[in-house]
Write a protein that binds this ligand. Structure first.
Ligand code: PLP
Length: 366
């Protein structure tokens, strides 16, 4: 039986994409050479970047006043580039939500550039839920608002847009970008690295409004300034050509095979419903971590009654060809990631294993 990949990142990619990537490593037919050796200054690669941009624009129905950038340094570099652009030299603090592991990684980087006000933190309670509107007193004067739309480690996902429309809204969507439609007009800057929903590791998509660049500080290192990347359509220095080509294959798949973000969202909802139904069948056995209303459609995190059962669950799942289920090193437990590349059939197979494992109380073998 083929192995199934539920890894939290780099995550599973659609089979047709993997096939096309394999072919491209052999040879790009138009060029007669491998994608691994194509110059980033070639017309062919320039077209690849432009086509990526077009697909992102079409999928999200982006207005012309936005840039779509393909950058390096992962989402972690965005933790720094954003406050360099929007906080350096500003008097008003930036507002951050501390809703999980990745929020907590972003906040200290912003503090290097200026004042940060943490509006709400779930840390003391172990990041098991997200704040309600009543708990969030946003300022209308903040330099910007930053939050993580989907906390990948804890499996918490916002189902609404936060903040004041007058304050630049910035969101780390690394683990749920293009998993469904987004109200893009309301975001000033969205970032998402490729390795969860969009492709292999190596490239980070940034969608930002033009006007954000108007007041960029003049002392930014060139490579950490969004403007040269925007002016040169993401070919400022040597970009990761293969990773970007793989992202293009995913974007084509999403647009033309899946049919777009509404369709993708329906598939993702069906997968998540199926998995949570299986978890909820006996919440004393598969013990979900996140508050029910804040559960993520992308990452489901749960514990088993004992460390021994947990270990056995992961080991037996691996033997059954179900890979990537170990929880984040900061939390332990089990984490199932249901990115776009994971099929409903794969989730059915996993649920079949989970039901059987539960019915025998983790004892014996299937
Ligand atoms: C995985 C992840 C990151 C880290 O991204 P890198 O590309 O490894 O820097 C940041 N934010 C979120 C929400 C993530 O899931």
């Amino acid at each position: 039986m083929p192995k199934l990949n539920f890894s939290a990142g780099p995550g599973a990619l659609p089979e047709p994409v993997l096939q096309a990537a394999r072919d491209a490593i052999e040879e790009i037919p138009e060029l007669g050479i491998s994608v691994l050796g194509v110059s980033h200054r070639s017309d062919w690669f320039r077209q690849v970047v432009l086509e990526c941009e077009q697909h992102v624009r079409a999928l999200l129905q982006l207005p012309d006043s936005t840039h779509v950038l393909l950058l390096q340094g992962g989402s972690s570099l965005q933790f720094s580039m954003i406050p360099m652009l929007l906080l350096r030299g500003r008097k008003q603090p930036a507002e951050y939500l501390d809703t999980g592991y990745w929020s907590a990684m972003a906040i200290p980087e912003a503090r290097h550039e200026g004042a940060v006000r943490v509006l709400w933190s779930g840390r003391e309670k172990g990041y098991r839920r997200l704040p309600s509107d009543a708990e969030l007193a946003f300022s209308e004067q903040a330099s910007y608002l930053h939050y993580v739309s989907n906390e990948t480690v804890e499996g918490l996902q916002f189902k609404r847009v936060l903040g004041h429309d007058g304050v630049p809204r910035v969101s780390d969507m690394s683990s749920d970008f293009l998993s469904g439609p987004i109200d893009v007009e309301r975001f000033d800057l969205i970032y998402a690295h490729s390795q969860k929903n969009l492709g292999p590791a190596g490239v980070t998509l940034v969608v930002l409004k033009d006007q954000l660049l108007e007041h960029a500080p003049s002392d930014l290192p060139t490579i950490l300034d969004y403007r040269p990347h925007a002016e040169r359509h993401s070919i400022y220095n040597t970009p990761p050509v293969f990773a970007i080509y793989a992202v293009l294959l995913v974007l084509r798949w999403l647009r033309f095979e899946v049919g777009g973000l509404t369709e993708m969202s329906a598939i993702n909802s069906a997968k998540a419903e199926r998995l949570y139904r299986c978890i909820d069948a006996d919440p004393d056995f598969y013990q979900p971590r996140a508050a029910t209303s804040d559960r993520s459609k992308m990452n489901a995190v749960f514990n088993l009654p004992t460390p021994d059962l947990q270990e056995r669950f992961i080991r037996e799942a691996e033997q059954a060809g179900l890979l990537g289920l170990t929880g984040h090193r900061s939390l332990g437990g089990v984490r199932v990631s249901l990115y776009n590349g994971v099929t409903l059939e794969a989730v059915e197979t996993l649920c079949g294993f989970m039901d059987a494992f539960r019915e025998r109380g983790g004892l014996g073998t299937c």
